[in-house]
Ligand binder design. Sequence first.
Ligand code: SF4
Length: 358
Amino acid sequence: MINRYIDPEKINVKEECAEVDEIYAGERVEGISLRGFELVEKAEDVEDGIDLVLNGEIKVAGFHVLVSGDLSEEAVSALEALIGEVLNRIKGVEYKFRKEKVVVNLADMDQKTFECMAKLLYDAFKKIPAVDRVRVKVILDEGEFEKELNYAAKIHEKRENLFRKSEEEVDKFYICTSCQYYLPGHGCVISPERPSPCGTTWTEAKAAEELEVVKYYSPAEKGEKVGSEYEGINSALSAVTEGKINRVSLHSALKNPPSTGLYSELIIFYDPSRDAFGIVDRAYKEKTPLGLTFDEMEKIMVGQQVEGFVGASYVYLKSEKFLQDDGGWKRVYWVSPNVYDYVKEFLDPDILQRLKKG
Ligand code: SF4
């Protein structure tokens, strides 16, 4: 079952400069691969328009959209999902991952490709009833890109802190079925303390669902907690996955781990020889101490529950409930260098020392 629904009034934008259709949303594109980022921000004094920041050879593509209107910070943050939704519908464009980890694959490109993307984004944002004025900035200049990427990371971190909640404080979690396009029977659970493996937070899922911009986040009453599972989440997952996933322990990689979608930022793996865990990021191309690369592990576990492997986002590493059922950070013995750079800002020095030794 494909339970992916995008409100056509808000998304189905057309421009003569490109072939745009929902059928291209699942297209795998090979050719040029650019680093990207996405950011939507509220700015009351913004004027309608499009800016292309360009200088020489194009190696990066950042998308920064400024909007005015009656929008909460949660809603603005949720609107970021719209960027990928729109751009993925262009023939010859594949937009993957979220926030500062975006990758844009293009079959071909010139300046007009990006002008066209900007126009389509402008039209899509203009269609949101709560949005008044829109300015789309596409940053193709490398120097400017690095500046804006760092700025976007700070805004995203600020939002993370502002929106922080515990699982006990809320009644509902969200289930995302976006990847059912490619992985029938898959669903990701998004709780306040476990963002999706591709990095969508509970607040973003909640706002996206309330704004009805994208409809692949469905709310699920969490129900009673039994052990480390929630009865309501188990039944909701069973319903959206047609019985393929019936039990999930959100904070375990060993027993009923969450199924992992296509865009996982990290993989947490269990190493039986050490009775401990390792964490590898997608950009790490070498073999992990388990003897497998990220890509090899992803092939084994994507779209299903495989005990010993689970996808996660970087933000999950900051969760108070990180791998709670399996012993948390005490049982992690190895992380890839990018993961180390991320966790060194907040982990206990003793744990960092152990991770450094590997
Ligand atoms: S990885 Fe999960 S949360 Fe992310 S788009 Fe796929 S189903 Fe949704």
